[in-house]
Design a protein around this ligand. Structure first.
Ligand SMILES: Cc1cc2nc3c(=O)[nH]c(=O)nc-3n(C[C@H](O)[C@H](O)[C@H](O)COP(=O)(O)O)c2cc1C
Length: 253
């Protein structure tokens, strides 16, 4: 068969496949029709998009974990908006497998500090591998968690490893760690944007958090976000300011 004819047949085949595929998509769309609403979406010109992306980056690049907090309460209305932002995160099957406990009560904070320090002492002296301790050395962290008492509040993030239906039956949750991680990222960005500093604190193990905060059996502590105003002389370890360059962490194909 001459080449031109073969090419024509091939493109006819392609068209046929495309038609079959379109029909299938239409059928699939019809099969999966669900109640929906129009997407509310703010569109910008490309220069505006660039400016917004840059403005956001310039704001976020000033974010740093702090371990030096001012002894000052935080406005709960601000915390509330930040949590509302976290609650808008995407999640596997929209199951929203998270729960956030805001702790401002000084006695409860202190209880958490003491329990955390107990775990941390065991971590630094017995549990942590040499490699892990070496990785932490440039940050200068130790078992002292007195910042938990000082910071305005704690937001303890729980992951709901499974859900419960109205009859109390277990409902499987999908992509729990990913979903809770994304929601926590939203929260950290929202807090920074609002003018509050925070520290991602992950004592290991941290099941004492569910006990102290009386959380149900389907929830596991994910992390403890220590939130507040930074102390006037707050420091950032130089090590934490060394970030990978764009080309090191991005590949564009
Ligand atoms: C999952 C996770 C766990 C962390 N656990 C702790 C922790 O237990 N104690 C601590 O002091 N910092 C902890 N950090 C903070 C990191 O040390 C910090 O994010 C890192 O040094 C980079 O600094 P930066 O947040 O200022 O960019 C944790 C951060 C993440 C993301």
């Amino acid at each position: 068969m001459p080449d031109t004819l073969r090419r024509t047949f091939r493109s006819l085949n392609d068209i046929e496949r495309l038609i079959a595929c379109t029909n299938l998509n239409q059928r699939e769309t019809a099969m999966h029709e669900v109640p929906s609403i129009p997407l509310e979406f703010d569109a910008y010109s490309e220069p505006e998009m660039r400016q917004r992306a840059l403005t956001f980056f310039n704001m976020m690049k000033k974010r740093h974990s702090t371990r030096d907090f001012a002894d000052q309460p935080v406005p709960l209305a601000v915390i509330r908006h930040c949590l509302e932002t976290a609650g808008r995160a995407p999640s596997g099957a929209n199951q929203q497998p998270w729960h956030f406990v805001v702790v401002t009560d000084p006695d409860v904070k202190h209880q958490i500090r003491l329990a955390a320090e107990e775990e941390e002492r065991a971590f630094y002296t017995e549990r942590a591998s040499e490699e892990w301790l070496n990785a932490l050395t440039p940050l200068g962290t130790d078992a002292d968690k007195s910042f938990i008492d000082r910071a305005g509040c704690l937001i303890v993030v729980f992951a709901q490893v499974y859900g419960l239906d109205a009859d109390g039956n277990r409902v499987k949750h999908y992509y729990v760690q990913e979903s809770v991680g994304i929601a926590t990222g939203f929260l950290i960005a929202a807090l920074h944007n609002a003018g509050l500093a925070c520290l991602t604190h992950t004592p290991s193990p941290m099941n004492f958090l569910a006990k102290i905060l009386n959380r149900p059996a389907n929830e596991r502590a994910f992390l403890n976000l220590v939130v507040g105003y930074p102390a006037a002389d707050a420091q950032v370890p130089s090590h934490a300011t060394v970030k990978k360059s764009f080309d090191e962490f991005v590949t564009i194909v």
